[in-house]
Design a protein around this ligand. Structure first.
Ligand SMILES: C[S@@+](CC[C@H](N)C(=O)[O-])C[C@H]1O[C@@H](n2cnc3c(N)ncnc32)[C@H](O)[C@@H]1O
Length: 243
């Protein structure tokens, strides 16, 4: 099947994505664990560590899903505020009910909202994370611009998302894994592969870290570091809001 057939028409992307995540919410964590062999937990820890959070920090986790990153941030910012935001209320309901990642007394607050229209004033956060959410936005640069708006000058951003491994052989294996194995796994666990075919295709056409860095620069975010995991199949980009 051509990649384009798994992708929604441009204007329909937000509703396609919201409804898709609502539909897979109950199996999202299990499929994540299985398809990354649990490695996504390590990558998320690395992303949060790279933010150098301090006690008392105000942190926003955009596209928080079931809340992994928000819980990790809350554990680092004792006495601070962590807000997880997502537009799929089914994902937020699961995030709210989780306890296994909650190692701190400070639980995140959860907000149902659109990452492209954040319901927060300018400069209201010290740090932000967006894990595997950026490529799901209808407009990457608009999303980054909103993040830049709500970060204080000097505030830090960690973007975690998919990347493309370098090298022909590993690239071909990665493509086969995304397009064949993950949909098959989703069919087995969830009974349908449609959303995971979209997620696989969107990973293959997503902007490179260099292109994302250019978008960051255009909205006032200086990229300081790009870290690649598992041959570059997952990427963490760390940026700082210009003063
Ligand atoms: C792949 S999941 C990532 C969840 C979590 N951050 C993680 O790393 O496991 C992407 C999430 O982004 C959310 N999302 C996508 N577009 C959004 C938007 N415009 N506003 C808010 N949430 C959005 C989806 O509902 C979904 O929960």
């Amino acid at each position: 099947m051509a990649l384009e057939q798994s992708l929604p028409p441009r204007g329909e992307k937000p509703e396609f994505v919201r409804a898709g995540f609502a539909e897979i919410s109950a199996h999202y964590d299990r499929i994540n664990d299985w398809m990354t062999f649990g490695l996504h937990r390590h990558w998320k820890r690395q992303a949060v560590r790279g933010l150098h959070l301090q006690p008392g920090d105000r942190v926003l986790d955009l596209c928080c899903g079931t809340g992994d990153l928000a819980y990790l941030c809350a554990a680092e910012t004792m006495g601070g505020v962590t807000v997880g935001l997502d537009f799929a209320s089914e994902m937020i309901t699961i995030a709210q009910s989780r306890t296994e990642w909650c190692v701190s007394e400070d639980r995140p607050a959860w907000v149902r909202g659109d990452a492209l229209r954040l319901p927060f004033p300018d400069r209201s956060f010290d740090a932000a994370t967006i894990g595997y959410g950026l490529r799901n936005l209808a407009n990457v640069r608009e999303g980054l611009s909103e993040i830049s708006r709500v970060l204080r000058p000097g505030g830090r951003l960690a973007i975690l998302d998919t990347g493309l491994p370098h090298g022909r052989l590993i690239g071909a294996v990665h493509r086969f894994y995304l397009l064949q194995c993950i949909p098959a796994l989703a069919r087995l666990v969830h009974g349908s592969s449609e959303m995971y075919r979209y997620l696989a295709s969107s990973a293959l056409i997503f902007a490179s870290p260099e292109e994302i860095s250019q978008d960051c620069a255009a909205v006032g975010l200086n990229v300081e570091e790009i870290r690649q995991f598992l041959f570059g199949s997952s990427v963490a980009i760390f940026a700082v809001k210009r003063r």
